[in-house]
Design a protein around this ligand. Sequence first.
Ligand code: SR1
Ligand code: MG
Length: 397
Amino acid sequence: MSISTHAGYEPLTENTAIALAIRLRLFESENGLQSQEIGDGNLNLVFRIYDEKSKKGIIIKQALPYAKVVGESWPLTLKRATIESNALLTTANYVPNLVPKVYYADEQLAITVMEDLSHLQILRKGLIENRTYPLLAQHIGTFLARTHFYTSDLGLSPQEKKNLVQKFSNPELCKITEDLVFTDPFFDHDTNQFERELSADVQKLWEDSLLKLEVAKLKQKFLTQADALLHGDLHTGSIFADEHETKVIDPEFAFFGPLGFDSGQFIANILLNLLSKPSAKQEELLNTVYQTWDVFEKTFTALCEQESVEVFTKVDGYVQFVIRQSLENSVGFAGCEIIRRTIGLAHVADLDGIENLDERIKAKRSALKLGRELILNRSLISNIRDLKKLIENVYAV
Ligand code: SR1
Ligand code: MG
């Protein structure tokens, strides 16, 4: 894999994407190649080039110089493509089976060419369709523990880590999160979007100074605490999965941030799905949350015992302190993510797809309530059983 530079940027089309794949010698001939733009995210073009004969496919992902979800009025750095390819390559050192393989990246064209994962399904879609993922918690818990341990001051020397922090400086994409996750939903901002029926609930939230103070503390952590290399946008639309495999994609928001942010976003998006489901299915989703944390905690603890470069990990209580802080952060960040996905700019199909208006509003009210409780009570959560109790209490009321 090499990262080369070319003069000029041009958005690809389905035809020029094929020409690029040929130029890169990823296929022998143009004959029988199919090209389709399949991007359904908020920001990028995604082309799938597929050879019917050899049944081989590749993905070419290209950043657009603006946010697709809003349009050309919202310019967005192309550097995010380089952040994404570098994050995929770095992460592959620690969890090679849990991320797509990168074949090529080009900084000027803002593209990453990678493994075709079309045999898997985006997790959000699968969860909406009631599919089950028996290995998801094991895979995501492992992904979180290994990527965070090996890129933190427990897995790297302070010098190595600071060099990586520079490499993953990602101010423009972090600003999106600072605004859309931590700020706008808590104020009367024009990026917010919600049903008229929720107006009174949202007004109440904007006037909730207790809640806003806690969100400000969480935002401060996000702004300042460079614990480890984060994926930065680990929602269920950033995961491809089936019953056997899980692949974490799309790390264009990667940067060095607080432990607990990635796990919080993952947990929040599982809970957002849960809010749209009948109770039988909810139990299974809650178990995914608890098991993910268990796997994270066990794997992270074992890595600290066996491979830590930080002498203080031998001191009784330090590793437990790091893990407890991560859980508290996760719970708070999960609360912010749940609230922003309900009333902010970027919603989720799990809730927006509830066709019956009364049911949708009910689910969204529960989301606002759950988000608030998670943020306000996060410091009472010292282990995963406490989180279990908290979620059960919110449901019992
Ligand atoms: C303008 S981008 C909106 C959202 O999409 C991305 O996936 C991030 O979650 C961001 O907040
Ligand atoms: Mg994305």
